[in-house]
Write a protein that binds this ligand. Sequence first.
Ligand code: BES
Ligand code: ZN
Ligand code: ZN
Length: 469
Amino acid sequence: MPLYKEEGLSPKIKKILGNSLSKMIELRIKNNDFEGDEGQTISLFTDGEFCKKLVLVGLGKKEEKVPHQNELLGGTISGIAKKSKAEKISVFVNEDFESIAYGIILGTYEFTFYKKTDSKAKELKDVCFLTNDSKENLEFLKKLSAFENASILTRNLINTSAGDQVPQDLANEAKKIAKKYGMKVTILDNKKLKKLGCGGIIGVGQGAKDGPCMAFLEYKYKSNKKEPSIAFIGKGITFDSGGMNLKPSGHVETMKSDMSGAGTVLGTMQAIAELKMPGHFLGVIACAENALSDKAIHSGDVLKMYNGKTVEVVNTDAEGRLILADALSYTEKNFHPKNIIDIATLTGAVVYALGYKITGVLGNKDEIIKDVLDSSKNAHERFWQLPLDADFIKATKGDFTDLKNATDGVRAGTIMGAAFLQNFIEKTAWAHIDFAGTSWAEKPTPTTKYGATASGLRTLLELAIKHQG
Ligand code: BES
Ligand code: ZN
Ligand code: ZN
């Protein structure tokens, strides 16, 4: 039971708890044993009629509430359940049911693949939300369940080591989803990409033993739309060593997570299918390993991209934009989607701009950016728009090539990443999501002990819901 500081029990809650349990709690509050400070918890063991154990969770002062507080509360609740080895819990929900529920789902996740786990360990199986059973809430539970399964897939993929997951493995995941849900899947392997002239992704992937690939997952159900309403495109760098511009210690350790965009797109497509959403959607993953070897691209190499433009590789660590560029122009030319939304751990700069809690979004049309921002609000995720003005796009021009993949002296790294990508969109409404700051948690939070956060997934799912039909 979450309680704000000085909140006390409402008559409604007292009625649910009954006289003796209510009195017990009120006594603890009266004796300053539970003051409701943020993070404070106390446990009361009961006769087991209503529950075996009641845990009060302090929320601090109501007027000092911060964004995401209820999601973190959900995470804290899942932590309490785990510590208590509870298989069944009930949660009093007096506000923001969705955030609390998302928090519980996120906080319950554990990545156990590499652990010799105790198979007898109890797991949280049932969560009962003590709130109203409005049509809206019941509808939300369906979405929550699809989100849960998708978030597990996405987080497992992101948390898996690069030694165990090469580009083709991600394409195989796309194949698995396609088979399970009856979607059409197309894989472009190294050979096909070469033949098509996708010099960007070929160049980035050429240093690794396992070659690059792209996968296209097409979902169409109860829709007469000829073209996809949205193409979701994810960056799938299975490991980003930086290449010749080798990443130093402190920056390279978590680079297995540089395929977060691809993992999120796969999760989104699975959730769409699980919800049997009417609509036409395309999921695209562009996969490669940015390795350093005698075969890797050199600084100064010139790549010819799928759309014919030439790019000087000024910095081999700015590889995400090179693979996405080919994926964007190939998707636009061959699938004609109404909207394109890419999601990528593209720049370290977004961490300087927005930190670890807020995701950046940029794009070429106001309407699609508004769509992304609105969807992020519905999903209870924090997104913020960064400007993508024409002078930044001009600054991506090359000296003796059409473009270069990095420009000295501009700084605005996240804007420059997006500016580069815009050269590969001809006319389609396009938004670019940079979640390099939010896709991975280095420090533990109530919702992510360590590793992949599943950030962005809910927003993409809301976008699909908005464009269904
Ligand atoms: N994968 C990185 C971005 C990144 C940084 C993701 C931190 C997650 C956490 C990306 O490929 C990269 O290295 N970008 C460079 C671009 C620069 C060389 C223009 C960067 O941000 O430093
Ligand atoms: Zn890089
Ligand atoms: Zn990268």
